[in-house]
Ligand binder design. Structure first.
Ligand code: 7TS
Length: 421
């Protein structure tokens, strides 16, 4: 950490070489080769301070939260609530109570679909999504539409893989109740103008949810200036433990919603024939939460704050630009999403004209290069693009240009293996 902070003073862009030293897993080999981890859109690796906090929680202050009055319970509760405060600060939430801990972005979106959607969306109402949504921001709404008779409408994408906003004024119609849009596509990398969709949604009397699972980890996000009603993301995509998600919501909306889960921790008073609910945020956190995961998310947030999210973004713009250039120079590769790195994040999906994405991923693994192949939980988008699957390389703070070179070498090697060039 100290090298990082020294570095920050002299140079605004991060130094992945010094960062790498904080990530023990990056030292391992895979199939006899140094690991090149390029599957960060799926989940990121964890720095030692996050791993240490998980161990410290269990070895020094493991206890349930919000119920005990003994020292350990108090320490665990304080650490748990401190993490909530850090999340609020990280995304510019006005109040800590607006941060709900869930199991992941998926559960955060389901919470809204159940606790808000089933009360406020009915037959003939419209739900607006985009053609590039991850299943997490698609299937909950397909299910809700099926159940209620609401209609689904999709903002289309253009040739570049950017949202085509020409007809947005009609798509987000007066009967629209919800506009739910990803801020950064996990397939195309596209960064969407969510502020604009939120403004139009509000103008039509609808509310707006932002799926920020790929954006909060990779760029500065301020929920207040964005004016989103709900924002969902996951800790594990930003150096934190798995099993922790965040739902940010506007206070008046969260206060007006019924709970999603019922049980311990979320009540004010219970009798045999009566129960009422605790205040925010506890109303939405029934049962014993993933305390270890939450408290170990704190150092992840500190780590990213020390680097600075503008620097994270700048680093990824550089890596993305470099990768797009090098991939294009291969000649045999078709890249999806915008070719301008300023318009996109560092999740780059591509296909080779001659080698299937799964074969590519398997052969790259032989060289220690970890990429993902498949539909990346965006089947409708792949169908729209006319393909079954893509290969995807995705970056984070510890990735280097040398690793991109290794990716390119491994892609060439895979082509040779299949008898091309
Ligand atoms: N939204 C987007 C845009 C995502 O990329 C993902 C996960 C989710 C929601 C769901 O997050 P979860 O933490 O609840 O699973 N995306 C990916 C991916 O691209 N590869 O693996 C998971």
């Amino acid at each position: 950490m100290s090298t990082l902070m020294q570095h920050k003073k002299t140079n605004p862009v991060i130094d992945p070489e010094s960062i790498r030293r904080d990530f023990p897993i990056l030292n391992r080999t895979v199939n006899g080769n140094q690991l090149v981890y390029l599957d960060n859109a799926a989940t990121t690796q964890k720095p030692q301070i996050v791993i240490d906090e998980l161990a410290r929680y269990y070895s020094e202050y493991n206890s349930n939260v919000h119920r005990g009055i003994h020292t350990l319970a108090d320490e665990a509760t304080q650490a748990y609530e401190k993490a909530r405060q850090k999340v609020a600060n990280f995304i510019g939430a006005p109040k800590t109570e607006q941060i709900i801990f869930t199991r992941g972005a998926t559960e955060s979106i389901n919470l809204v679909a159940y606790a808000w959607g089933r009360k406020n969306i009915g037959k003939g109402d419209r739900i607006v999504l985009t053609q590039m949504e991850h299943h997490a921001n698609l299937v909950p709404w397909v299910a809700l539409a099926k159940e209620t008779g609401a209609e689904l409408e999709y903002i289309p994408i253009d040739e570049q893989g950017c949202l085509d906003l020409d007809d947005i004024g009609e798509i987000i119609s007066r009967n629209t109740k919800l506009v739910s849009v990803t801020q950064m596509s996990n397939v195309l990398g596209t960064i969407n103008p969510v502020e604009k969709t939120i403004e139009i949604a509000h103008d039509r009397g609808a509310i707006a949810l932002v799926d920020a699972a790929q954006s909060v980890p990779h760029m500065p996000v301020d929920v207040k200036s964005m004016d989103a009603d709900f924002v969902a993301f996951s800790a594990h995509k930003m150096l934190g433990p798995t099993g922790i998600g965040i739902l940010y919501g506007k206070e008046e909306l969260l206060s007006g919603m019924e709970p999603f889960n019922y049980g311990g921790e979320m009540i004010n008073e219970v009798r045999y024939d009566f129960a009422d609910w605790a205040a925010l945020p506890h109303k939405f956190e029934a049962g014993t939460p993933n305390i270890a995961g939450v408290v170990a998310f704190s150092p992840a947030l500190d780590y990213l704050r020390n680097i600075g999210m503008a620097n994270v973004r700048q680093h990824e713009i550089e890596l993305t630009g470099y990768t797009l250039d090098r991939l294009s120079s291969l000649g045999s590769i078709r890249i999806f999403g915008p070719m301008n790195p300023e318009l996109r994040g560092g999740a780059i999906s591509f296909i080779d004209n001659d080698v299937h994405p799964h074969d590519l991923a398997q052969l790259l693994d032989q060289s220690g290069v970890a990429i993902r192949a498949g539909h990346h939980c965006a089947q409708p988008l792949h169908r729209l693009l006319g393909i079954g699957s893509t290969a995807r390389a995705s970056f984070y703070i510890y990735n280097t240009k040398e690793e991109i070179d290794q990716l390119i070498d491994a892609l060439k090697e895979a082509r040779r293996y299949f008898g091309h060039e």
